[in-house]
Design a protein around this ligand. Structure first.
Ligand code: FAD
Ligand code: SF4
Length: 499
């Protein structure tokens, strides 16, 4: 029997240190409230994070990047699992909440106060200033992005340099491994140190297993202390919350925790995603993907339900995207410098579910794209192939089963446009996740109210992407932070009034 190792107490106990949890900690600690942050992953100093891809993935990603949906056609859901959450491995792409989404949330879900225009704008302004948000400079875009810009101009597409939270980026293309320069302002190098500077305490390698609920209100959190290398249980922790518990463990793990703590109803429903798939192409001239920002150029096509982004891959990952075997494949490996990769992300309409699975901290995630979602994916991938040929690609690898592995002429893109593409034909993944503890005024159709407090349990808040009632069609980090910033500020103000 493992013995209790950690006990603590604070006004607010926050589970998870990603975009949502770190922002909540930043706001509450700055307001002078005492905060304890719990994080199941390790706290890694930047100089401890490996530059090589595989050790980096092992240290900072959930299940080494192999966590998948279940069912007939599983696909990976990428998430960070370290202090900083998914922000510690992301590309720092910054988008404000689109206005049509904001109005939809007000009309259909009654979230007027949460996304009130002026208040939300102020939160975006503060975050952009604090996290060094700028447009990616042409000088560090790299050829992967420059080629995409050339294609956008040639085809009259609405392309633009990506805005990122990385003012001092030198274009080293290693965001997934953590920015060695600390240019990218992920939570582990920005809001978490700031919250700690304001008095918050952090317990890393502490995996929450249950929110403690007494008399209908949340009073603390308990769980396992994990070994940093083996992830075996070392003991237990229990943290009392004097004022509230904030769950910010992400769209997958927040509903698992809430259900394991006795909540039910809609918890875990309405999972929404932006699944993505990438196309690789060979160009006669060197592209040299490793030089340039990880993601630097984008073509938002929100009216058509997708977005295209340049995406640098480390060579070992790029090699796995090239088809074939034997001497022809080996020849491709000698020319890795000539390949570019662009991804299409789809604002899918399908809804899925998340439920706790057998095991200490495991989830059963079900998600099946609809027919229309698959048609949108087909449209995005076909457009990317066309763009690549338009700017001189000699070979394009669409990565779609039952179609040729290599296209050598633009006319062959018709094959994609005419294909009846099934989910099983695609190599999809998703890293933009939404829903599963959705916010809304009506407790019959939502899990938390406009203040992000659970309808069914007092002093239990959810402050991560789980509360989003819909997906966005743009990259989510900034919207998560701004929504949480507002909710946490209102929570801090209400505490000051109550005190
Ligand atoms: C590879 C990648 C690239 C991306 N690129 C971008 C981008 O460029 N721009 C953008 O806007 N978005 C990007 N995203 C998405 C963005 O990072 C996420 O949407 C955002 O970080 C989600 O915030 P969150 O707070 O909901 O969850 P997360 O940031 O995932 O944080 C959740 C945290 O909770 C912890 N946790 C889970 N369970 C427990 C538990 N039981 N106990 C304690 N801790 C727990 C996790 O370890 C994790 O640290 C990317 C994501 C990935 C994976
Ligand atoms: S591209 Fe490189 S230098 Fe730029 S933010 Fe990412 S890791 Fe840092």
């Amino acid at each position: 029997m493992a013995k209790m190792m950690i006990e603590d107490e604070a006004d607010f106990v926050i589970i998870g240190t990603g975009a949502g949890g770190a922002t909540a900690a930043r706001v509450l600690a700055a307001a002078g409230l005492s905060v304890v942050m719990l994080e199941e992953g390790p706290q890694l100093r930047t100089d401890e994070r490996p530059r090589e891809l595989l050790p980096a993935m092992q240290q900072s990603m959930r299940d080494f990047g192999t966590f998948t949906t279940r069912g007939a056609h599983p696909f990976p859901l990428l998430q960070g699992r370290m202090v900083g959450g998914s922000t510690a491995i992301n590309s720092g792409i910054i988008w404000r909440l689109p206005e049509d989404v904001r109005l939809d949330w007000i009309d259909r879900f009654g979230l007027d106060e949460l996304v009130e225009e002026k208040g939300l704008e102020r939160a975006f302004d503060v975050i952009e200033k604090e996290l060094d948000v700028v447009e990616t400079d042409e000088q560090i875009q790299g050829n992967n992005a420059r080629k995409m810009a050339e294609a956008a101009r040639a085809l009259g597409l609405p392309g633009r340099a990506i805005h990122r939270n990385s003012r001092k980026c030198e274009g080293r293309g290693e965001c997934l491994q953590g920015c060695a320069l600390e240019a990218r302002q992920s939570m582990d190098v920005s809001y978490i140190p700031k919250a700690i500077g304001d008095g918050a305490r952090l317990h890393a390698m502490c995996q929450a297993s249950r929110v403690l609920i007494e008399g209908g209100r949340a009073v603390g959190v308990e769980g396992w202390v994990l070994d940093r290398d083996t992830r075996k249980n070392l003991g237990r922790f229990r943290v009392r919350a004097r004022r509230a518990v904030i769950v910010a463990a992400s769209v997958i793990w927040t509903p698992v925790l809430l259900r394991r703590s006795g909540l039910s109803g809609l918890v875990g429903d309405r999972l929404q995603l932006h699944p993505g798939s990438a196309v690789v192409a060979r160009f006669p001239e060197p592209i040299t993907m490793g030089v340039g920002a990880t993601q630097a150029y984008e073509i938002p096509m929100r009216d058509r339900g997708f977005k295209i982004e340049s995406l640098t891959l480390p060579p070992e990952m790029l090699a796995t995207r090239l088809p074939g075997a034997g001497p022809a494949w080996q020849q491709m490996l000698t020319e890795l410098d000539h390949y570019a990769q662009w991804a299409g992300l789809i604002r899918m309409r399908a809804h899925g579910t998340v439920r706790p699975a057998f095991g200490q901290h495991d989830a059963d995630v079900r998600y099946t794209p609809g027919e229309r979602d698959l048609r949108t994916m087909r449209e995005a991938l076909a457009l990317i192939c066309r763009m690549m040929f338009t700017v001189g690609a000699t070979e394009v690898f669409p990565g779609i089963a039952r179609l040729p592995q290599v296209l050598r002429h633009i006319s062959e893109v018709d094959l994609i446009e005419q294909a009846d593409i099934k989910q099983s034909d695609l190599h999809m993944m998703a890293s933009h996740l939404f829903g599963t503890a959705v916010a809304g005024r009506d407790s019959a159709t939502s899990v938390v109210g406009p203040d992000l407090q659970c309808h069914d349990v007092r002093d239990l808040y959810v402050m991560d992407a789980s509360v989003f009632p819909t997906n966005l069609g743009v990259n989510p980090q900034h919207s998560i932070m701004a929504v949480v910033f507002r909710a946490a500020e209102r929570l801090a103000n209400s505490q000051a009034i109550a005190a």
